[in-house]
Design a binder for this molecule. Structure first.
Ligand SMILES: Cc1ncc(COP(=O)(O)O)c(C=O)c1O
Length: 644
């Protein structure tokens, strides 16, 4: 691991970090919000949180990362437009569904360029939020998704010169609703049509596009829609052609093909005299979560620059060929803007292992001293453990498995003591460890030893809920980088997986990013209760914040916003996390009533001794205080003040 005296990191930070993450000379994970030398040491964030009496887990947001990503997107389109002599502008419209939380929307809105920004909404709640945001002048609000009359009326009334609302028709049945609102109010929002492309995306969200997608209008529906709008006198409102073929498109080829098809549809509609002004290429701009730069599910084989070049070049090429005016370009990139901006810092509560990896007799439970005349099965196991070598490890391992079965049988029949069983187990684990080491030495680890390797993975019980904070890891096996935030200049000595606090065997992260493959173990450091060990689960900014559920009633962890300042990072506590009270209410309970019920029950209990009343009032007080606890494990904050 050590090269030139420097520990080589197994975490691939440089590969997936996209310049936003670095390991600093202290061996701490640092965030570089501007992708340059300016960095924020995450251990200092932990110190600051401890001063605020906050213990992990907490979600840390870096609003400046959002702004850097948005600037990057604008800059890439600027360069592409200059290079390909593309006159009309580019507009970035942020889809609220990706992360509608206030600090996220506020940071992006503040960095949006006047006349080149907007919000996309897909529901009534999102529209209610979007309409009252302080957007830069000339911003748009685009409405996608399924709609009802209430939503259409709201959009109609809200549309004005200052606030341009684009209503994107996704299904023909929305047109009569637009007409109804138009007749009632004598006005209408600007309109867009979402086309259903033949081209599909690639990766996990491939089904969002293609001919069988649940969204969008096929060719004949597009013609029908334009004719209906003409008949109703609404064709003059139609401005935008839109498509979206799915999120996280892993291959640049798919993007190019989709843009080509949509540009052709745009050109043909223009040729029919429909004065479309804008082509909206939707979302899909992906993130290289594993740093492999391949079209695998957790990666992408292109950069933002390449995305912008492909969109601009392809639209220009098609429109020039068809001799129609170039449209203004819009993208609804959400994941690409938000993914890097937040991470979860969480502490490892304890380490458990099915098989104790470094279990030495002096650390373990007392086992019988070597007996003078042990049963033959114990002798045999001891001999195997002593004599196993790289030449015989396969055969000796198999012998040990059979001997172990004999030992278990004898124990079941009452012929062995617990100490004797423990002794045989220790020798068996020693055989397993040696066999594994020898298997690795041979350079080929067969399936049998891979399975053994898996059972040897240490389990780091970690203070968070997969279902709440990293739902896509559970639901769709999305990979998120996991890295210790400290001790990165120490060689890790343990191979482990991360298990969460929920009473659910699915609450585990056991797939980890790797440039060449997907790893089934993560290299971790040995931890002790006296020395806290903290991990960051990174790249959580897109979709995870609002997709999480409350399985086991684990709520939102605390949240911090951290900004780089030349004189030291500025840290703001956004929320101290959801308490048990909030979780109780969520599940339909009124904590005050429950407190009343417990009080009544304790009052009715017959006093067992003179201290009965004092005990029940102690219980009542404790129960009241308990409701204010965090749903996560809370411990002593002191060790975090000086975390190194
Ligand atoms: C219509 C629409 N636009 C934009 C997006 C955002 O996509 P992404 O996060 O991949 O940029 C989505 C999400 O799937 C969407 O449905």
């Amino acid at each position: 691991m050590a090269r030139n005296g420097k520990v080589q990191s197994p975490y691939g930070v440089e590969e997936w970090g996209n310049g936003y993450f670095a390991i600093n000379p202290e061996g701490h994970l640092a965030v570089c919000p501007f992708r340059d030398h300016r960095s924020i040491d995450l251990v200092h964030v932990v110190h600051a949180a401890a001063r605020e009496k906050l213990s992990a887990p907490y979600l840390v947001r870096f609003p400046q990362v959002l702004q850097t990503q948005l600037k990057d997107l604008y800059d890439c389109f600027d360069r592409a437009r200059t290079e390909f002599e593309y006159g009309p502008g580019y507009r970035s419209i942020y889809p609220l569904k990706v992360n509608p939380l206030r600090p996220v929307v506020a940071a992006l809105t503040a960095a949006g360029r006047p006349g080149a920004f907007g919000l996309e909404v897909g529901s009534k709640a999102e529209l209610a939020i979007a309409l009252a945001q302080p957007l830069p002048p000339g911003s748009w609000i685009c409405i996608n998704g399924f709609k009802d009359l209430a939503l259409i009326e709201m959009a109609t009334l809200a549309a004005s010169k200052e606030r341009k609302v684009i209503f994107v028709v996704e299904r023909l049945r929305e047109i009569p609703l637009v007409v109804q609102a138009f007749r009632r109010h004598g006005r209408a929002p600007q309109l867009g049509l979402r086309c259903r492309l033949h081209q599909r995306g690639s990766g996990r969200w491939e089904a969002s596009g293609g001919e069988t997608s649940k969204f969008g209008l096929g060719s004949s529906e597009l013609l029908f829609a334009t004719d209906s709008l003409r008949e109703e006198g609404l064709l003059g409102h139609l401005e935008v052609l839109h498509f979206h073929i799915g999120s996280q498109i892993t291959s640049v080829r798919r993007i190019k093909d989709a843009v080509k098809e949509a540009a052709r549809i745009y050109a043909k509609l223009r040729a029919r005299g429909i004065a479309l002004t804008t082509l909206n290429v939707g979302g899909g701009l992906g993130i290289d979560y594993d740093g492999s730069r391949t079209p695998s599910d957790s990666s992408v084989n292109y950069t933002i620059e390449e995305f912008a070049n492909n969109v601009v070049y392809t639209v220009k090429d098609v429109c020039d060929e068809e001799e129609v005016p170039l449209p203004e370009l819009v993208s609804e990139s959400g994941r690409a803007l938000t993914a890097y901006h937040s991470l979860l810092i969480t502490n490892c509560e304890s380490r458990e292992s099915d098989v104790p990896v470094d279990y030495a007799p002096e650390e373990g439970p007392p086992v019988a001293e070597a007996e003078e005349d042990p049963p033959p099965q114990l002798q045999e196991m001891e001999e195997i453990a002593r004599e196993i070598t790289v030449k015989n490890f396969r055969e000796y391992y198999h012998d040990a498995v059979m001997t172990r079965a004999d030992v278990l049988n004898l124990f079941g029949l009452g012929y062995l003591s617990l100490e004797q069983k423990a002794r045989a187990e220790q020798d068996f684990y020693s055989v397993c460890r040696k066999a594994l080491r020898h298997a690795r030495q041979t350079g080929f680890v067969s399936d049998e030893f891979r399975a053994l390797e898996k059972s040897f993975r240490a389990k780091y019980v970690t203070n968070f809920s997969v279902f709440h904070s990293v739902p896509d890891a559970w639901a769709i096996e999305q990979l998120f980088p996991v890295v210790p935030i400290h001790r990165l200049n120490e060689t890790p000595s343990v191979q482990g997986v991360i298990v969460d606090l929920t009473c659910d065997s699915d609450g585990v992260i056991d797939k980890f990013v790797d440039v060449r493959d997907v790893k089934e173990v993560l290299e971790l450091h040995a931890s002790t209760p006296a020395r806290p060990y903290l991990l960051a689960i990174c790249l959580l900014g897109a979709y995870q914040d609002v997709m999480g559920d409350h399985h086991n009633l684990f709520g939102r962890p605390a949240e911090l916003a951290v900004r780089y300042e030349p004189r030291g990072a500025q840290i703001e506590v956004l929320s101290r996390g959801e308490s048990l009270e909030e979780m109780g209410r969520l599940a339909g309970y009124d904590p005050a009533r429950l407190r009343g019920a417990l009080n009544e029950a304790t009052a009715a209990e017959p006093p067992t001794d003179g201290a009965g009343e004092a005990r029940s009032s102690g219980l009542r007080d404790a129960y009241r205080r308990f409701w204010r606890c965090s749903s996560y494990l809370e411990g002593d904050i002191e060790p975090y003040r000086n975390l190194d």
